[in-house]
Design a protein around this ligand. Structure first.
Ligand SMILES: [Cu+2]
Length: 137
């Protein structure tokens, strides 16, 4: 569920975006195993639009606001969640890694709206911290 609450990011106070009540980097990883068919329920109670974008996969929409999708498969790279909307989506875990799942309105991502999907058995030497010295590829 996407919502908002008061909090601090890098010591900066604000009314930030949350995923299941938590702001990045305090959002638990979603754990998957290669070959899983992963179902996700998305709900936007935040009062703003969020184009949610899962890296490394395409997502099929199963239902919007409880109404099953029909016709041609609705396969998306990013999915606009309007205020109050609920989506049931699924993806095939066929691309091992640690992938960002975030709002593509990037100021929203900076302000907390980031989660990750992590495959079993995959690790990274990178850490989440401005002091970590990570370098973009
Ligand atoms: Cu957003």
């Amino acid at each position: 569920m996407i919502a908002r609450r008061f909090g601090l990011i890098d010591g900066r106070p604000g009314n930030f975006w949350t995923i299941n009540g938590r702001m990045f980097p305090d959002v638990p990883m979603f754990h998957v195993r290669e070959g899983d068919v992963v179902a996700m329920h998305l709900r936007n109670d935040s009062g703003d639009v969020h184009p949610m974008h899962l890296h490394g996969h395409h997502v099929v929409v199963l239902a919007r606001d409880g109404v099953a999708a029909s016709g041609s498969p609705w396969i998306v790279d990013s999915l606009d969640l309007h205020p109050g909307e609920r989506y049931d989506v699924a993806f095939l875990a066929d691309n091992p890694g640690i992938w960002s799942d975030h709002c593509h309105t990037l100021p929203h991502a900076v302000d907390g709206l980031v989660a990750h999907v992590m495959y079993e058995g995959v690790t990274t030497p990178f850490t989440i911290d401005g002091e970590a010295g990570n370098r973009p590829e």
